[in-house]
Design a protein around this ligand. Sequence first.
Ligand code: NAP
Length: 368
Amino acid sequence: MATAADTTAMRRAVALAARGLGSTSPNPVVGCVVLDASGHEVGAGHHERAGGPHAEIHALRQAGVLARGGTAYVTLEPCNHTGRTGPCAQALVEAGVARVVYAVADPDPRARGGADTLRAAGVEVEGGLLADEAEAGNAAWLTSVRLGRPHVRWKYAATLDGRVAAADGTSRWITSPEARADVHRLRAEADAVVVGSGTARADDPHLAVRGVDGAVQPLRVVVDTEATAVRAGARVLDDAAPTLVAVAEDAAADHLAGTDVVRIPRAAGGRGLAVPALLAALHERGVRSVLLEGGPTLAGAFAAEGAVDEVVGYLAPVLLGAGPAALGDAGITTIADALRLHVTDTTRIGPDLRVTARPASLPTTKEH
Ligand SMILES: NC(=O)c1ccc[n+]([C@@H]2O[C@H](COP(=O)([O-])OP(=O)(O)OC[C@H]3O[C@@H](n4cnc5c(N)ncnc54)[C@H](OP(=O)(O)O)[C@@H]3O)[C@@H](O)[C@H]2O)c1
């Protein structure tokens, strides 16, 4: 039975886990808090980067002998396998921890079984505490393990009447500097930032992270079927971050020599490249989370494929009355087929409003 102290410790572990967003891929984000036998915090840590120590190891090192007889709170079931680091379940046993409380069971077949190992060693184990919150924090990794493709967060910036550009194609800057700074945080959390060829042509975007301390730069991806939108001198080709241009298998891409190019099958019967094949290629390269930055045409194609796991819309108190809508054709023609979402967060960002939502059929976090 979880006490208020259990919940407080786990909530802190969930917050610690979030510090790893954007730098642990292809591993999950994990946070851990250790309380001594009398309930005082003696250790805390998070998984900082792939190949580095797991959260439990950081927290146990800090706790030292004080972990003996205490409780460890971990956002993910402690791993049971020896990868680049040793099994955490074993480390918890050796530290003499009497009780382990975890939030989410490990769905990775290579790592699961940590709870059983702990129980077999006589440690009291409870799972499921704050599972919704921990799941939400680890959505990218859990999605990638369950679906075998990266988690996709689609972000757009629109006027209050839902336009992402004016009728003449100009779109800078619909939202405020504060909202744009917030987008850099989203980029820093993602393994890859993706745009379509239309956006590459219209905006020559840079797509790297600026102004976020310690950020790991995401892979910049341009979906450019015919290899005609990314030209020499494009801002996305500078050395601020790695870049990948996705082109059709038969596209003439000689001018992109020296640039990382991936060849993807064309969409069967549709326009552009096959979205599932694109996501599979990114997954193969270790990408577990994608920030899809549009434009509307490409976002529509992702939505049509059921490949939008989260929507982050920045709404500016601005009206345009004409110009493209945030989402292009997603193959929806009647209201019964509308993609219904569940709002998980609304926050004022400077003068703008940020709305975060998920498809209603996916697990959601509690509203606050
Ligand atoms: N405010 C915002 O949040 C925001 C964000 C981004 C863009 N924008 C604005 O949106 C406008 C550009 O949007 P856009 O809709 O024209 O371009 P887009 O969505 O960036 O790119 C669309 C292009 O991507 C290529 N593509 C490759 N695979 C595809 C697939 N499976 N499905 C669909 N397209 C695929 C297609 O061209 P090829 O097949 O020829 O490569 C297609 O024409 C600009 O005005 C830009 O400023 C606004």
